[in-house]
Ligand binder design. Sequence first.
Ligand code: ZN
Length: 218
Amino acid sequence: MKSVQIKNSDERYSIGKIVCIGRNYAKHAKELGNKVPEKPVLFLKPASVVIHSGGKVVHPNFSNELHHEVELVLLIGKDVKNASKEEAKGAIIGYGVGLDMTLRDIQKQLRKVGDPWTIAKCFDTSAVISDFTLKEDYKLTFDEIIQLKVNGEIKQSDKLKSMIFNPAELVEYISSVMTLEKGDLIFTGTPSGVSKVIKGDKLEAKLGEVAELICTVV
Ligand code: ZN
């Protein structure tokens, strides 16, 4: 069973499902040639693919284009279904930073024929997460910068303000489709600047003073 570690606490949350949002930053939607969506684009990852900061992303041998996507990750603290905006806000109890590792070449092939993205998004080690900060310990202002470096070079950097749908809107929308449960994670989409990584690369992600992670590709 995979779990989330809370900063400065022994508390742990068993991870349920991971709901991911596509195209939540306009510039990133454009860089992949997609329209800016009217509703959030949803897909899932299983909890079994999660690794923690300090871990290794294993490059699948059936892809030649492994991309990093740095994202704000929300931790859900209570079960919600058809949440109002207020209930949605209240259901989020913590924030972390995560990497939604993506096989871009495989994703493009699957999209071309209209198949689901599962293989491109759900391979083992495709979700890297930091320790989480509880909302009661830190209030997001959305001026925080979310950033990713590869081998020390900044590849992605944007303010959380650039998100099209904010965390409460995402929880409200997702819970209109499926019940969100305590321990579920929401990957909220990536800013522009996604790029290919290869074996040996060192990735460092940071969300303001809220969360940070490192990992290597092997
Ligand atoms: Zn993503």
